[in-house]
Ligand binder design. Structure first.
Ligand code: NAD
Ligand code: UGA
Length: 327
């Protein structure tokens, strides 16, 4: 089995590439190392992937690469590449979201429709829901994104559905709910909290900290991708959540149980934040056999352990702090 993983140097793409290699796949991994967070962190993500005898890494932007040759003999595509981040998607940076989320996806789908691909799995997002009408939220509610990022993830999801309907390209979309775990992007809550705690700095809490997320451990996201490739009927959209809705304040308390009392600093909440997310995963459970396995306490312990390892001197503390510069 040969697979293409886009965004392979990222948080989720690197875990997925490793899992596919472990399962014996031939992996064509691609990434253009966007500047959203430091390249060296992404290179570190790839340390088990690059150099693997069954992996070919191709550096490049999906809108510029020769996708026809990249897709040669590829059976499955796992499309993880994107410009992520809810809060940074306003203003001038929106162009980057259009480029990496909408245009890059359209180019990939356009190229893929000429190839005998068995399944394309697209990394969609809970951000398409915004402040949903119903919690837990089933896939059938009308999406109402509250951030420009969510708008672009939804646009790309619609493109996926179009290419299935018009060209029978077998695409499945997975709406991930806030992923966490080792290698989590440096702009995300848990990464920021852990880094602040290890540096002895206050943890910044946006708003009152009462907003909640259905946090999903990265291994569960990877499993959902593998199940979707194997079992999902083309055209489907599935919620992929962790199974428990937790407030930001509860995250801080969970971390405190592991590392002791933490200082916190209240910051104003910016525009584009959903008040809560909670996935109704009945469809993924029924059709894919998806079951989230890693609970919050265990998942945070693993992320904390990995952050400690990444802070070893050879990787440079200063460079890790650089990660806080992500928009
Ligand atoms: P990430 O930024 O760590 O990884 C994305 C990778 O894609 C980066 O390494 C980037 O360099 C690459 N990339 C971006 N544009 C590209 C292009 N045009 N050509 C080639 N490579 C490009 O992000 P992540 O957190 O691993 O997210 C992976 C996917 O999952 C994204 O599609 C994101 O929207 C989606 N998602 C993530 C979460 C989450 O909580 N992390 C939740 C919902 C959805
Ligand atoms: C995350 C990802 O960043 C998006 O790429 C993804 O698409 C989205 O999940 C999703 O599920 O679709 P977000 O839920 O904002 O977005 O994830 P975090 O950055 O981990 O934030 C979680 C919560 O913590 C938010 O309510 C945020 O306001 C809060 N937060 C974040 C803080 O209080 N302080 C911080 O320093 C960072």
């Amino acid at each position: 089995m040969r697979v293409l993983v886009t965004g392979a140097a990222g948080f989720i793409g690197s875990h997925l590439s490793e899992a596919l290699l472990e399962r014996g796949a031939e992996v064509v991994a691609t990434d253009c190392f966007t500047e959203y967070y430091p390249r060296w962190l992404k290179e570190l993500n790839l340390s088990e992937v690059i150099g693997h005898p069954r992996c070919r890494f191709v550096e490049g932007d999906l809108t510029e690469l020769d996708l026809a040759s990249l897709l040669n003999r590829v059976d499955y595509i796992f499309h993880q590449a994107a410009q992520p981040g809810v809060r940074a998607s306003w203003g001038a940076t929106f162009e980057c979201y259009i480029h990496n989320n909408v245009l890059a996806t359209q180019r990939l789908l356009e190229a893929a429709k000429h190839h005998p691909i068995r399944k394309v799995v697209y990394a969609s997002s809970s951000s398409v829901y915004g402040n949903a009408e119903t919690y837990p939220t089933p896939e059938g509610v009308t999406p109402q994104p509250v951030s420009p990022y969510g708008v672009t993830k939804l646009a790309a999801e619609h493109l996926c559905s179009l290419y299935w309907r018009e060209f029978s390209l077998p695409v499945v979309s997975l709406r991930y709910f806030t992923a966490y775990g080792p290698r989590q992007r440096p702009d995300m809550a848990m990464s920021r909290f852990i880094r602040a705690a290890l540096d002895g700095c206050p943890i910044e809490i946006y708003g009152g900290g009462q907003q909640s997320r259905d946090f999903t451990y990265v291994d569960d996201i990877v499993t959902a991708n593998l199940l979707a490739a194997e079992k999902a009927p083309p055209g489907r959209i599935y919620n992929i959540g962790g199974g428990v809705e937790v407030t930001v304040n509860e995250i801080v308390r969970t971390l405190e149980r592991q590392i002791g009392t933490l200082r916190t600093l209240r910051q104003e909440e910016g525009p584009g934040e959903a008040r809560r997310t909670s996935a109704d995963t009945s469809l993924a459970r029924k059709e894919l056999g998806y079951r989230p396995r890693v609970g919050l306490e265990e998942g945070l312990t693993r992320q904390l352990g990995s952050a400690h390892r990444r802070l070893q001197p050879e990787h440079g503390l200063a460079a890790v702090r650089l990660g806080t510069g992500a928009p």
